[in-house]
Design a binder for this molecule. Structure first.
Ligand code: 5RP
Length: 264
């Protein structure tokens, strides 16, 4: 791997642990004003000190994050879809030039790949284009394996999508945790895997998911709603960090959220 590529990637996935806690707040690119992100700046400002990287769109970055005080940025490069056209969610195109990502000093660029969905080929081609550009500029690419409405989030599907993204050239992959057999997803991946949090669930269950994911080979999380939609967002991200970076148990991490007021 080239020096610039390695350097950028190591800002996100810490070389000493091989782990990372990314905060995902890019939901607005197709959901608009998502619950918890209506005032994006207000939501993310207290969380930034605890995020190894921040995943968001360029519009959100320019308007809601101060350049003097920003963690490493993972810039969302795909879009063109919206919640209003659920049947066409996979119809994404590239919406940002790699040169603009460089201008914004992004540490990585990201897009969704909809394996098994109507626009599978188009989104895989988007990934290939970003990887080719990324290679030229030393910019790592995070592929987000998205799921079509009709597809099941099991190890077979997620394993296929994750492996495929690495084969096309993604430098790391974001997927969902699944049971059983998540370790089959990570062990067959060519590149580091991080998990999305998915829909908001109970705080302790989200910590359990993070714990099981890293125990089964994930390099960390790229979590959104289970942090910023929690009643205790800062304790939640601190607890997730404790699991990912300190190999804490769920009970040890849960103490942080409990102290903030969460009930067992
Ligand atoms: C959507 C994304 C989001 O960043 C991500 O998946 C959302 O994170 P979470 O599920 O934890 O809210 O990439 O395609």
């Amino acid at each position: 791997m080239d020096w610039g590529m390695k350097n950028r990637l190591s800002r996100i996935i810490k070389p000493e642990s091989g782990r990372c806690v990314m905060l995902a707040v890019d939901h607005g690119y197709f959901q608009g004003p998502t619950t918890g992100l209506k005032d994006l700046r207000k939501t993310i400002t207290p969380l930034l000190p605890y995020a190894d990287a921040l995943m968001l769109t360029r519009g959100a970055l320019r308007s809601c994050v101060d350049p003097e005080n920003a963690p490493p940025i993972v810039l969302r490069m795909s879009g063109g879809n919206s919640m209003i056209r659920r049947d066409e969610l996979s119809d994404e195109t590239l919406t940002v030039a790699v040169e603009d990502a460089i201008r914004l000093n992004a540490s990585a660029i990201t897009l969704s790949v909809y394996v098994g969905s109507p626009h599978q080929k188009q989104t895989i081609a988007n990934l290939a284009k970003l990887v080719d550009k990324g290679q030229r500029y030393g910019m790592p690419v995070l592929a987000v394996t998205a799921v079509g409405a009709e597809l099941v989030r099991d190890a077979r599907y997620l394993g296929l999508a994750t492996r495929l993204a690495g084969e096309i050239g993604a430098h790391f992959v974001k997927t969902y945790y699944c049971e059983p057999d998540f370790e089959k997803v990570t062990s067959a991946s060519l590149v580091p895997v991080v998990i999305a949090g998915g829909k908001k669930i109970e705080e302790k269950a989200a910590l359990e998911m993070a714990y099981k994911a890293v125990s089964q080979g994930a390099s960390g999380v790229d979590m959104g709603r289970n942090i910023f939609q929690s009643e205790w967002p800062v304790p939640m991200i601190q607890a997730v960090r404790k699991i990912v970076h300190e190999n804490a148990t769920v009970e040890e991490a849960w103490e942080i959220v409990k102290e903030a007021g969460a009930k067992d």
